[in-house]
Design a protein around this ligand. Structure first.
Ligand code: COA
Length: 374
């Protein structure tokens, strides 16, 4: 940067460091009301979508709203999963990286066959499932074109993929498919605004999602539930705060009330428990036990955080019950963030399209507080 550039930077006061409240895009894709705890995705309430819609339908609606309609998305995604599976051997060095998000990022960035939006959307569950099985020394499982996206992911992981579990995962993917201008979506839009391609934009989003303050929290939420099992959660939580750590799954930049997605996942878990309880040995008792314990920990965390931050409501966020829902489906905790990415990818792609159509580079300014040469 030369002195001329410095002169061009505005002299205005710096904005709050996290850009809170700064509007940088118009979107038709989703709306978050943080005061009332409402989330609208593709024009419908998240809780209604989670009860009734398939992931494919919501992805189709998001892309159509962004001006990139796709006819027959379900079949197109099945074809994209098959095409991605054909590249698993060539991507195995990426897919077997020890961290599932590193593997997903590396494989996505490297894939030569996944240059358009649908290829990327179809590839993510294939990469996550194949990578997990290869890391465990197991044979990969080919996608099944007759299955829906959610069900096929469970199938490719080698997990039970009956209709109750597939429906629960569908509810999860639909609910996380978009969430206004969260950090990963913003990252995707910034990269798209430079004229870069879909793969580069999605790689940026994956990098942002990996962080523990964004999509990396649900694994640690389960660690917290394990650590507080059979004991007093308050004592454990106090020790965490004393050590300067945040309580994972609590607090949100936008919501001042309990995250509406926490309610959706609690309901999905209760329904899964009911459906599985008809068949003995399917783990329904464990779901109930975990759910009850999670509610005790949530209550203790909420009380403690309210004492410490009386003016700043810090309530359960999406990640708290994500952890329980994905655990109930037997998805390993090391894959929670990558599973989040499979759902959020629909929103990322729609936002990338929406951003491109603005034709405008996102380039904020910084206030220079260093010294100038004499
Ligand atoms: N545990 C403990 N303290 C928390 C907290 C948490 N989960 N969330 C916020 N705080 C505290 C902050 O340390 C800060 O304290 P200070 O004023 O003494 O510095 C205060 O509450 C305000 O927090 P702030 O950093 O302004 O909130 P934010 O809007 O920037 O943060 C999150 C939002 C999500 C990053 C934050 O709540 C968090 O880190 N949560 C845990 C991680 C998580 O669950 N992420 C998933 C998000 S969906």
């Amino acid at each position: 940067m030369n002195l001329n550039d410095l002169q061009a930077e505005p002299r205005a006061e710096a904005r709050p460091s996290g850009l809170e409240g700064v509007v940088v895009a118009d979107t038709k894709l989703s709306h978050v009301d943080g005061e009332r705890g409402e989330l609208v995705i593709a024009g419908a309430r998240a809780e209604v979508l989670a009860e009734s819609a398939e992931f494919e339908t919501v992805a189709e609606q998001l892309l159509a709203l962004a001006g990139a309609p796709v006819v027959g998305l379900r079949a197109a995604l099945a074809r994209a999963r098959a095409a991605a599976y054909a590249t698993v051997a060539e991507l195995s060095a990426c897919l077997t990286l020890p961290d599932a998000m590193d593997a997903l990022l590396a494989a996505t960035a490297r894939a030569s066959s996944g240059r358009d939006a649908l290829s990327v959307l179809g590839a993510l569950p294939v990469y996550v499932a194949a990578g997990e099985r290869l890391r465990r020394g197991q044979r990969t499982i080919a996608p099944d074109p007759t299955l829906r996206h959610a069900q096929d992911f469970l199938h490719m992981l080698g997990l039970s993929a009956d209709s109750a579990r597939a429906r629960a995962l569908d509810a999860y993917l639909v609910t996380v498919s978009d969430h206004s201008l969260n950090a990963s979506t913003f990252a995707a839009r910034v990269v798209a605004s430079t004229g870069s391609d879909v793969v580069a934009s999605i790689a940026a989003a994956l990098g942002a999602l990996k962080g523990p303050l964004h999509g990396g929290a649900p694994g640690p939420v389960l660690d917290m539930l394990d650590a507080t099992r059979g004991g007093d959660p308050r004592a454990w939580l106090e020790a965490e705060l004393r050590a300067g750590r945040r309580i994972m799954g609590m607090g949100h930049r936008i919501y001042r009330v309990r995250d509406p997605r926490a309610f959706v996942f609690e309901r999905a878990l209760a329904r899964l428990e009911r459906e599985l309880s008809a068949e003995p040995g399917t783990g329904s008792a464990r779901i109930l036990e975990r759910l009850n314990h999670a509610r005790r920990v949530e209550q203790a965390a909420e009380t403690l955080l309210a004492e410490r931050h009386p003016g700043r409501p810090l309530r359960a966020n999406v990640e708290f019950y994500t952890a329980l829902l994905l655990e109930a489906l037997a998805i390993p905790r090391t894959l929670f963030t990558a599973t989040f990415a499979i759902g959020r990818c629909a929103g990322w792609l729609a936002h990338i399209e929406e951003q491109r159509r603005t034709g405008r580079l996102i380039r904020p300014a910084a206030r220079y507080i260093g010294s100038l040469p004499a």
